[in-house]
Design a protein around this ligand. Structure first.
Ligand code: G3H
Ligand code: 13P
Ligand code: ZN
Length: 331
């Protein structure tokens, strides 16, 4: 059966254009939070709603495989309705994270996503431009935003894998943005995906991100939205709870929050966070099940995990991204 095309506008979603314009102006970052299930979405809507933050809900290819793209789109639509019902007036974008082909981006655009990332960072430069441009042209006809990537983040995702960083070359960014027409650009300045971002023994040894590259990119692009992937902070508090309750996360370190705050001051307009949410949920579930071995009602452990995730989101929006209270300026 042929699927009916649906525009994000019919679903009450927003693209990222106005969000980024205001973020540029007011020097904050819009959160890109990943979801795979209902509880994560509820925590994000409640957390961003209560903190009056715009939000980009991100669906990875792994999430699509896990929960089904159509299901996730309806879930996001439900999130928009729930936000309204709660009296929250916040812009919500539904975004494909790390799309690896034109067809996948097209399928998301046709099915109500308001933003897509085409991640051609693993391709050679000209090929990355070619496919990104094709996605931009298709997306433009539907007013959908496109994020592109230049430079490679070390770390592992399900579909994009690299052992080493390849920092973004500032000499390429202007040409890349002009020729692709993308709406935002993800750059590599030392962040990476997952819970093991640095090979260090203690947090004091975590190196600085390459702010020199960020500043150089900024100089070349002017007021253009820059995105940081791999920006979880891997909070010790939750890693400790996991390890105290049977987990084995050794030497897990993330990007210190003060470095992320600095990045927003240097013009980063979107910060992607997935791992921190996973750690919170795992910490609470482990803690509750360890203390209550007879429990078997998922609501009894997923509910508190969801509440803790909401708290984390409120704190991130306020103290790290600076996105709290900004929704009212995005009209
Ligand atoms: O950047 C990637 C996100 O953390 C998604 O990860 O591919 O395991 O869903 P995933
Ligand atoms: P983290 O693994 O640091 O949360 O990064 C998530 C991300 O970049 C999603 O695209
Ligand atoms: Zn990413």
């Amino acid at each position: 059966m042929k699927k009916k095309m649906v525009s994000f506008k019919e679903l009450g979603l927003s693209n990222t254009k106005k969000m980024f314009a205001v973020a540029q102006d007011k020097k904050f970052a819009v959160p890109g939070y990943n979801i795979n299930n209902l509880e994560q979405l509820q925590a994000i809507i409640m957390g961003c709603g209560e903190s009056e933050s715009p939000v980009i809900i991100q669906i990875s290819q792994g999430a699509r495989d896990y929960a089904n793209q159509t299901m996730l789109r309806y879930l996001a639509q439900g999130g928009v309705e729930m936000a309204k019902e709660q009296g929250f007036d916040i812009p919500i974008a539904l975004h494909l994270d790390h799309g690896n082909s034109f067809d996948l981006c097209k399928s998301c655009i046709d099915n109500g996503f308001s933003s897509v990332m085409y991640d051609g960072s693993h391709l050679d430069y000209e090929e990355n431009i070619k496919v990104t441009r094709k996605v931009v042209e298709y997306a433009a006809s539907r007013d959908v935003s496109v994020e592109a990537e230049l430079g490679v983040l070390a770390g592992i995702e399900e579909h994009v894998k690299s052992d080493v960083h390849k920092y973004t070359d500032p000499d390429q960014v202007e040409d890349f943005v002009n020729r692709t027409g993308c709406d935002s650009l993800a750059i590599a300045i030392g962040t990476s995906h997952g819970a093991y971002k640095f090979k260090v023994e203690k947090s004091e040894d975590i190196p600085e991100l390459r702010f020199d590259i960020l500043q150089e990119v900024r100089k070349r692009l002017g007021n253009f939205p820059i995105v940081l992937h791999g920006s979880s902070s891997v909070l010790k508090e939750y890693v400790d709870i996991i390890n105290q309750n049977g987990g084995q996360l050794e030497k897990a370190f993330g990007i210190p929050e003060e470095q992320l705050r600095k990045a927003t001051q240097f013009g980063v307009s979107k910060i992607n966070i997935d791992t921190d949410g996973r750690l919170v949920v795992t910490a609470i579930v482990r803690k509750i099940l360890t203390a209550n071995p007879k429990e078997f009602d998922p609501r009894k452990y997923l509910g508190p995990a969801r509440d803790e995730l909401k708290k984390l989101i409120i704190l991130k929006n306020k103290n790290v991204l600076g996105s709290s209270g900004q929704a009212r300026y995005i009209k």
